[in-house]
Design a protein around this ligand. Structure first.
Ligand SMILES: Cc1ncc(COP(=O)(O)O)c(C=O)c1O
Length: 427
């Protein structure tokens, strides 16, 4: 370890945290308070006017949340971060900061079903339009850009298909057109991929998944890469025009390379209110301390399971980028050489009915709508997480009717395979 350039595992444990100055507590305390006492009236005025940083009210900022933000920013290599109540809240605040009514953004077609729903339906009420593109084809993003386009959104490793995306190629399109590239890095986590190093400008996460890692707390985060020039074209007035509610402050001019994170906090989180609870921030921080260990074990277990399934006579196909003959293997080797992640899909021979019987026959696996838990999880996306989608969208999202999705946990791999084996034997 070098003091000036600590390694990833060191940052996962230490970034943002120090012993509590009052009590000496070594673990980050849960600051379970709604509000913070001002030193005097001038101090209060400076905090409210953005002339001084400091805690006012937990909807906007809280010391436990601040340690989480600093830690995730360090792990992703960003300039600043904002932790919020969920991954969906993070996405809402990102788009609220860059979009005006009538604007559009281009998003990869292969995304978590809830994101497809949020972008395609809920965002309509703000008059924000999404245009869908093929993540394997950067030109399909470029072809849809017009003068009202304000950003590009992809998942680094797509849920549920477990497919990797050529982030650098899509970043090139974004840069050519002066647009920010926003990457949802939930499935990979910064242990596997750091999208900012490949040209992304903003990273979002559902912290609910691998970052927290134990299936016990909702959370989300926005990481500001500090690279995008928000002042250039006048297309991002939230950042480039004076803010009347803050005495005419221009956020980009005042906060420079962390202005985006500030804007999401003081204009989005403040007014929409999806704050993360200090208790959840504490649990997620604790989870992040073991992220490198867990993530490697998730990947190693998933590869062993994928190989085993691939050789099984009752399995029709396995889609795991870690398998050498997988069409996505080259991209995985390039972007995520430590492993192909924990989540992947496969088909049981016999289609929908056999898949359903297989899911119901599992005992160690939990049948539920989550990923990124220590426990092994299973779901049938077409009837659950992706059920709002049309048949065509289902196939495009990698969630067709026969698809079973696994999120491989960190139990003993022999027990995971044993459970799959006993369930397959019953079909
Ligand atoms: C890749 C991805 N992004 C975003 C989300 C949304 O996160 P949350 O459920 O924390 O709102 C999910 C949830 O499953 C996800 O899998």
């Amino acid at each position: 370890m070098s003091k000036n350039n600590p390694g990833f595992s060191t940052l996962a444990i230490h970034a943002g945290a120090q012993p509590d100055p009052t009590t000496g507590a070594r673990a980050t305390p849960i600051y379970q308070t709604t509000s913070f006492v001002f030193q005097d009236a001038d101090h209060a005025a400076a905090l409210f006017g953005l002339q001084q940083f400091g805690n006012i009210y937990t909807r906007i900022m809280n010391p436990t949340q601040a340690v989480l933000e600093e830690r995730v920013a360090a792990l992703e290599g960003g300039t600043a971060a904002l932790a919020v109540a969920s991954g969906h809240a993070a996405q809402l605040l990102v788009f609220h900061t860059i979009m005006r009514p009538g604007d559009n953004f281009i998003a990869a077609r292969r995304l978590y079903g809830g994101s497809i729903n949020q972008f395609g339906h809920a965002f309509k009420s703000f008059d924000w339009q999404v245009r869908w593109a093929d993540p394997a084809e950067p030109s399909s993003f470029e072809n849809q850009i017009d003068e009202r386009t304000r950003g590009i959104f992809i998942e680094s490793l797509a849920n549920p298909g477990g497919t990797f995306v050529d982030i650098a190629a899509i970043a090139e399109v974004a840069k050519k057109h002066g647009l920010p590239l926003i990457v949802d890095n939930t499935m990979a986590s910064p242990y596997l991929i750091r999208p900012l190093e490949h040209g992304a400008d903003i990273v979002v996460h559902s912290l609910t998944k691998f970052m927290g890692g134990h299936g016990n707390s909702m959370g989300g985060v926005i990481v500001d890469g500090g690279t995008f020039d928000w002042s250039k074209s006048g297309n991002y007035p939230m950042l480039s025009e004076p803010r009347p509610e803050y005495g005419g402050v221009v956020l980009h001019a005042t906060f420079g390379n962390f202005a985006f994170a500030i804007a999401c906090r003081v204009l989005g989180l403040r007014d929409f209110g999806p704050a993360i609870s200090p208790f959840n921030a504490f649990l997620i921080l604790t989870g992040i301390e073991t992220l490198p260990l867990r993530m490697q074990r998730h990947c190693d277990n998933a590869l062993a399971v994928a190989k085993w399934l691939k050789a099984h006579p009752k399995i029709s196909w396995v889609n795991y980028a870690g398998l050498e003959d997988d069409p996505n293997h080259a991209l995985q080797r390039r972007y995520s050489p430590k492993g192909a992640g924990s989540v992947f899909t496969f088909g049981v021979k016999g289609g929908y009915d056999a898949g359903k019987a297989f899911v119901e026959g599992l005992e160690l696996f939990s049948h539920l709508a989550n990923i990124g838990d220590t426990r092994s999880l299973v779901i049938h996306p077409a009837s659950t997480t992706h059920r709002q989608l049309s048949e065509e969208q289902l196939v495009a999202a990698g969630a067709g009717p026969d698809v079973v999705r696994l999120s491989i946990g960190i139990e003993d791999v022999g027990d995971i395979i044993g459970d799959l084996e006993q369930s397959l034997a019953k079909i």
